[in-house]
Design a protein around this ligand. Structure first.
Ligand code: NAP
Length: 260
């Protein structure tokens, strides 16, 4: 299927590894040129080289912390025309709500709510002028079904989701869509951190913690970054202009509600 986005430019944040990398690769396979951002240079350069070799598209790298105003400035400067924006950064740390103080909340909201909103604010007017824009926010299944030890994530991401629900309806008439992808457990570094957290709080081994997570997934396996990326690319396709304001779960059936 040709998604008819070859030659477009995407800014993909948090793209050196995991789900962001999966999105970057799938877009590149459709012929989309990329600017990819992450904090660590080595993994970012190696991902860029891998994508160039596999797809032949242009890939620029920006080493930055996308949760800071300075980081966003350099990333956006490197992407004069953002046709496709994928917002993504590390999730807030797990823990117990008794321990979270104002500073912890501000940090979580800054990283997982305000950073994507700022990236959207600074790139959306160009999309509206050019009558094409696709914005994907990588959030979490926790937006639909809260995970107790990830309370900072539950709260901050719900704020982003609420804001995007309104904005997406304002801009869709310009062929600019905004959708959220909600990962359940995927086989990435972040999953290792979640397993570690469960192991620490329950006294299980890491393997037992992973089995505990797996037992809750009807698919019987963790998701793969590449299949996550395919969903992202589809929503960024030229033909996806009528899909907006949606929260798409990619969780192997783990969410138990009758209506998604
Ligand atoms: P990952 O494998 O750890 O990859 C995260 C990527 O984002 C890396 O490229 C990382 O590179 C980059 N990154 C992190 N913080 C950044 C920052 N401040 N500025 C720029 N780049 C940053 O994580 P993942 O599994 O792909 O998760 C992506 C998002 O999905 C996270 O918010 C996570 O909480 C959420 N999520 C994941 C799962 C899952 O099972 N994997 C489930 C639910 C939700 P650097 O560290 O070098 O910056």
């Amino acid at each position: 299927m040709d998604l008819k986005i070859a030659g477009r430019t995407a800014l993909v944040c948090g793209a050196s590894k995991g789900l962001g990398k999966g999105c970057a690769l799938s877009l590149a396979m459709e012929g989309v040129n990329l600017v990819i951002a992450a904090r660590g240079r080595d993994a970012l350069e190696s991902t860029a080289e891998e994508i160039r070799k596999r797809t032949g598209v242009t890939v620029h790298t920006v080493v930055c912390d996308i949760t800071t105003p300075e980081g966003r400035e350099v990333a956006l400067k490197a992407t004069p025309h953002v046709d496709i924006l994928v917002t993504n950064a590390g999730g807030p740390p797990p823990g117990d709500f008794h321990d979270w103080r104002r500073d912890d909340w501000i940090k979580a909201v800054d990283s997982n709510m305000i950073a994507p909103i700022e990236l959207i604010r600074q790139s959306i007017d160009g999309m509206i002028d050019r009558r094409f824009g696709r914005i994907i926010n990588i959030t979490s299944s926790a937006v639909k079904a809260p995970i107790a030890f990830l309370g900072l994530s539950n709260g901050a991401r719900a704020g982003l989701t609420g804001f995007v629900a309104g904005l997406s309806r304002q801009v869709v008439k310009h062929n600019v869509t905004i959708n959220n992808l909600l990962p359940g457990p995927h086989a990435t570094d972040r999953l290792g951190a979640a397993s570690q957290s469960i192991a620490t709080s329950t006294g299980k081994s890491i393997e037992e913690a992973e089995q505990y997570l797996l037992a809750q997934i009807p698919a019987g396996r963790f998701g793969l970054p590449d299949e996550f990326g395919l969903a992202c690319a589809f929503l960024c396709g030229a033909g996806a202009g009528y899909i907006t304001g949606q929260n798409l779960l990619l969780d192997g059936g783990a969410y138990g509600g009758t209506f998604g």
